[in-house]
Design a protein around this ligand. Structure first.
Ligand code: COA
Ligand code: MG
Length: 293
């Protein structure tokens, strides 16, 4: 599971090099919206070269290809798969069916480049078209390559002609809150991590911290980033604190000490199965973040 997932434009040597100094858990080299059409051939080559070098990185290295219904997608995969990326970010997924289509392309590419079959993961941006929202529940039948589900408001807003995506009293207006919530529940139904969308105002550290904290409270386990300065804030927001870990441990111990009990009393509060499930999730998050003492 990944806390911070940083987009790095694939056409910029400078940003690709800079990404090595950023504590992001996952890097997404972009070949789609952040790269102009005429710069794509060169960007593909750069990203492939970089991936082939690997540079001893601890971060997972993904590539965002172009949408599957464009010729660019096949060209992207044709070049970058030679570099064996850890995963592919699929933008503008129309439906979970797109995952199967991409899976077949990855099966072929893995065979061609002598990579282990099924090793390349897939992270779809699942809410970028209006029709896609009505198919989100089907991700639970999607392939084993699913690395998570994430969502985006930009393309969705443009598709419906939204004049603004911001809410008057909260971060998103209702239609986009719905897309966000559906992504969260669809990911959970699919047994995959839910990754919150990016916070665009990259100089506003407080706003990002609040947005990431809200995402974590709701159940997301990570968040997209677009600027190096965002990774640390996001990592902190998705790393459970000491008090939280202690409480989760205490609840797990309480159930272990009372085998067969359904509901118990913990510091004057009722705790039952959902609390135990949540406590286990906190410990899993903490272990992933290296936060367990
Ligand atoms: N990845 C790696 N390095 C990045 C970066 C990124 N996403 N964004 C900025 N940097 C680098 C800059 O090159 C600069 O490097 P330097 O210190 O060596 O000069 C440094 O970080 C500080 O950048 P800053 O000057 O604050 O921002 P900027 O004006 O150069 O760039 C953006 C602003 C928005 C253009 C840039 O952050 C960016 O390209 N973000 C990603 C865009 C993207 O991929 N979008 C697609 C997904 S929505
Ligand atoms: Mg986009």
């Amino acid at each position: 599971m990944y806390r911070s997932l940083l987009f790095v434009p694939g056409d910029s040597d400078k940003k690709i090099a800079k990404s090595e100094t950023v504590p992001a858990d996952l890097i997404i080299f972009d070949l789609e919206d952040a790269v102009a059409a005429e710069a794509r051939p060169e960007a593909r080559r750069r990203v492939k070269e970089y991936l082939s070098g690997r540079r001893e990185r601890t971060a997972a290295l993904y590539v965002r290809i172009n949408p599957l219904d464009t010729e660019d997608a096949t060209k992207d995969l044709g070049v970058v798969m030679e570099g064996a990326p850890d995963g592919i970010v699929l933008p503008k997924a129309h439906a979970p069916h797109d995952i199967q289509t991409l899976e077949k392309l990855l099966d072929d590419a893995e065979a061609k480049h002598a990579l282990p079959g099924g090793s390349t993961r897939i992270l779809p941006v699942a809410t970028e078209t209006p029709a896609a929202l009505f198919t989100l529940g089907e991700y639970r039948h999607a392939a084993s390559r699913l690395a998570g589900l994430t969502w985006g408001a930009e393309d969705l807003g443009a598709a419906v002609g939204a004049m603004s995506k911001a809410g008057e009293t909260s971060e998103w207006s209702n239609p986009f809150e719905l897309a966000r919530a559906l992504c969260l529940f669809a990911a959970s139904a699919a047994g995959a991590p839910a990754i919150d969308t990016l916070y665009a105002d990259f100089r506003d550290r407080e706003g990002l911290a609040a947005s990431a904290a809200r995402a974590r409270r709701d159940g997301f386990t990570g968040k997209l980033a677009i600027h190096p300065g965002q990774a640390e804030t996001i990592n902190a927001a998705f790393t459970p604190g000491a008090a939280e870990i202690d409480e989760a441990r205490a609840i797990i111990d309480l159930f272990a000490a009372n085998p067969g009990a359904g509901a118990l009393s913990y510091e004057g509060r009722m705790v039952d199965m959902p609390h135990l499930v949540q406590a286990r999730k906190i410990i899993a998050l903490a272990e992933r973040s290296g936060g367990v003492r």
